[in-house]
Design a binder for this molecule. Structure first.
Ligand code: NAD
Ligand code: UDP
Length: 314
């Protein structure tokens, strides 16, 4: 089968998810422009791609306009870990909102399809469980997490309005907690924290009582969902949930990581951050129906791969 080589712009391409997406697009035979300001991403994540003539790495900040000829844009630029997006909340909001305006403006000018990496955070601390796309969420507009949650919600609004007003071909996916190789060891998110702590036989830091739940998705499943969404018919704009519906408490995760690493670490308790959602689990009926997508990699399998990665770097 002849491959049609598309030109694809990936913003935030040197980050955890972005680097896996760039790799997959190159493997599928496409030309990739990886744009990043290296706030939370690193060259190391894409260093193995630099020798590929169909890969270009561009240092740029999405809050500033950018021009390139491309067929598709994946807009991932935005810090995703609470400690990083709360470091400079005004910048986080600018990245989501001005980044969306700049990338949508580009998509409009060059007639490219554009996908937004939105988040389960748009549901806030949900009062509906599991969360279907039709749920509008329960978000604090003035709390510690608001710069990220409200920034991503405003970006969704911009995407829908560019579609309605300017006929830009848009796709919105709401990503639930994703983990895997190339998360930064100091990223601060729970899976990387627990694995690094376990491998170093340090205390495992459970926030609150560990009764809060999350549903963890391995990065390869997410990348498959992103590509399927981009390739879906134009009429299907989303938003669509992309996540793994198997729900675990944070305590269950801590125990699983200790077991799989054979660690001597002890569990300690630290205060629960404010507005930390008590539960989160995607309803994925829409992705099954419209994209024929559902996750394939279970937590044990994904954790084993992720632990092997962290063992190799620390
Ligand atoms: P990450 O922090 O590893 O990657 C984000 C990338 O964006 C980094 O390379 C960073 O340097 C870059 N970036 C940040 N601000 C930028 C700016 N102003 N201009 C250019 N580049 C900028 O996070 P990730 O986990 O890879 O997340 C990727 C995307 O997916 C984010 O938009 C995030 O909100 C979304 N998402 C991720 C998850 C998850 O669990 N990983 C869940 C929901 C949504
Ligand atoms: N968490 C924890 N210990 C850590 C890091 C996180 O108990 O060292 C908890 C955190 O309070 C939250 C859950 O794990 O309830 C997921 O946190 P993460 O930052 O990974 O993602 P998010 O809160 O954005 O879903």
């Amino acid at each position: 089968m002849k491959i049609i080589r598309k030109k694809v712009l990936v913003t935030g391409g040197a980050g955890f998810v972005g680097s896996h997406l760039c790799e997959r697009l190159l493997n599928d035979g496409h030309e990739v422009f990886c744009l990043d300001n290296f706030f939370t991403g690193q060259k190391q994540n894409v260093i193995h791609l630099l020798s590929n003539p169909f890969f270009e790495l561009i240092r740029h900040d999405v809050t500033m306009p950018f021009f390139i000829e491309a067929d598709e844009i994946y807009n991932l630029a935005c810090p995703a870990s609470p400690i990083h997006y709360q470091y400079n909340p005004i910048k986080t909001m600018k990245t989501s909102v001005m980044g969306a305006v700049n990338m949508l403006g580009l998509a409009k000018r060059i007639n490219a399809k554009i996908l937004q990496a939105s988040t389960s955070e748009v549901y806030g601390n949900p009062l509906v469980h599991p969360q279907p796309e039709s749920y509008w969420g329960n978000v604090n507009p003035i709390g510690e997490r608001s710069c990220y949650d409200e920034g991503k919600r405003a970006a969704e609004t911009l995407f829908m309005d560019y579609n309605k007003q300017n006929n830009v071909s848009i796709k919105i996916i709401r990503i639930f907690n994703t983990y895997g190789p190339r998360m930064h060891p100091d990223d601060g998110r729970v899976v990387s924290n627990f694995i690094v702590q376990a491998l170093k036989n340090q205390d495992i830091t459970v926030y609150g009582k560990g009764e809060q739940t999350r549903s963890f998705q391995y990065v390869d499943d997410l990348v498959e969902g992103m590509i399927k969404m981009m390739d879906a018919p134009t009429s299907f704009t989303g938003p669509v949930n992309i996540g793994n519906p198997h729900e675990f408490t944070i305590m269950e995760l801590a125990k699983k990581v200790i077991e799989l690493t054979g660690s001597n670490s002890k569990i300690i308790y630290e205060p629960l951050p404010s507005d930390d959602p008590m539960m989160r689990k995607p309803d994925i009926e829409l992705s099954k129906k419209e994209l024929d997508w559902e996750p394939k990699i279970n937590l044990d399998e994904g954790l084993a791969k992720t632990i092997a990665y962290f063992k190799s770097i620390i």
